[in-house]
Ligand binder design. Structure first.
Ligand SMILES: *Cc1c(COP(=O)(O)O)cnc(C)c1O
Length: 408
């Protein structure tokens, strides 16, 4: 069978899967649209603000929309948040004091966060006297909810859940499981703050963690909720009191959410959120097509094409670091930007191992645009995510079949 036929026949098999994703995107789109209507968004909300940014109507409306769409009391959505790591760190730093215990329910956190929590330096949370407990993953790579209960103590202040697989060989955490963690933890002590790293999870389901009893969640605007249009930034959503405390970390105690001008046109942050359900749909369709093609050819892929999804990441297990690099190189070659860049493993701030990253993206490092990356460690997997259009994903899949799969 030639490549084009392979892809057409894959798409026939994937019809129902695609329809499932389309239904989710449709309902999420309606929710986003109705939030825009509720807050009566107009051209004037896009205006840049200056100086302290007091009473920036556009910023306030944007945060109201985020809160409504994600089902939380309040939200902080700012270009001053430099990345997802910064958004999450601001929360951890805001709520954890020396002597408090932080429990990670999902094993080792994402590389840049593991660094923030327990790198050993005095600036890390453990260096500053926070107790830290990392629960090993249980059956099937899911959080071990029973064992988690046993780890809770009098000084447990916070339970941390990373929704997406990150660079791990484990599934994304389903929302139902997040809900059952919430129930167990709140039964033990309702004051324990439950936080979700929601990176890559937004709009993959009909609900978001804060809509299910999670106290606070955070993520990046150059991933799902920015829709590929937001030029930078991060968000925090959750209970008002907690969002305010996180804002104190980003500005200063006593200042908080009331300050922070956005001295550029906010149109693309709004428009990106409006587009996000659709762009996430494109990514999910692309990820499932890639999974299907490689799975049929005998590669170990995760998730499988028909597995439930709670993030947009698709991992493909490969033989060695060089194969991973070659795979990423092809994704780079068929990107709109920097298509001629030669990829190598390199050092990035916050990452402990070398990383190779295909990010031929309009917005630097944006991973809601089609991108593919991997840390230099076993098991050697390429992590594919994003895609502004399904057609781009499809084209790159075709190229990968021809130039990688059939020659490896
Ligand atoms: C991307 C990501 C982060 C944050 O990464 P930044 O590059 O700092 O935005 C955190 N956790 C997970 C699971 C991620 O995928």
């Amino acid at each position: 069978m030639n490549v084009k036929d392979m892809i057409r026949s894959a798409e026939k098999e994937l019809r129902e899967r695609f329809q499932e994703f389309e239904e989710v995107a449709y309902q999420n789109q309606a929710r986003v649209l109705n939030a825009f209507r509720e807050f009566k968004i107009r051209e004037l909300h896009f205006q840049p603000s200056s100086g302290y940014g007091y009473s920036d109507m556009g910023r306030e409306a944007l945060e109201n929309i985020y809160a409504r769409v994600f089902g939380s009391e309040d939200a902080l959505v700012r270009p001053q948040i430099v990345s997802g790591t910064h958004a999450i760190y601001s929360c951890l730093k805001a709520f954890l004091k020396p002597g408090d215990q932080l429990v990670s329910a999902t094993g080792r956190p994402y590389d840049t966060l593991a660094n923030v929590i327990s790198s050993g330096s005095p600036e890390s949370l453990t260096g500053a006297g926070v107790d830290y407990c990392e629960m090993p993953l249980g059956q099937g790579g899911y959080p071990d909810v029973e064992a988690l209960e046993g780890a809770l103590r009098e000084n447990t202040k916070m339970v941390f859940i990373q929704r997406s697989r990150g660079y791990q060989a484990r599934p994304a955490v389903p929302l139902a499981m997040i809900e059952s963690i919430v129930k167990k933890v709140k039964l033990y002590n309702r004051d324990i703050i439950i936080m979700v790293d929601n990176c890559y999870g937004e709009f993959t389901s009909l609900n978001e963690p804060v809509g299910l009893g999670v106290d606070i969640m955070a993520g990046s605007l150059i991933k799902n909720p920015g829709g590929g249009l937001a030029p930078n930034g991060g968000y925090v959503c959750g209970r008002s009191e907690l969002v305010q405390k996180a804002a104190w970390q980003i500005t200063a105690p006593g200042l908080g959410k009331e300050l922070g001008s956005i001295p550029f046109d906010k149109r693309y942050i709004f428009m990106g959120l409006f587009m996000a359900p659709h762009v996430v749909l494109q990514s999910l369709k692309g990820a499932v097509l890639l999974a299907y093609l490689f799975e049929k050819q005998g590669f170990a892929v995760a998730p499988l094409w028909n597995d439930p999804r709670s993030d947009i990441v698709q991992s493909i297990r490969l033989k060695d670091a060089e194969q991973v690099r070659r795979f990423c190189q092809l994704v780079q070659r068929y990107s709109p930007i920097d298509s001629d860049a030669a990829l190598e493993y390199g050092e990035l701030p916050g990452y402990m191992d070398g990383v190779v990253m295909a990010a031929g993206t309009f917005i630097q490092g944006s991973s809601i645009e089609l991108s593919c990356d991997a840390p230099l460690r076993e098991p050697y997997c390429a992590f594919w995510q994003g895609g502004l259009t399904y057609e781009h994903c499809r084209y790159v899949c075709e190229r990968l079949v021809e130039e990688f799969m059939l020659t490896s």
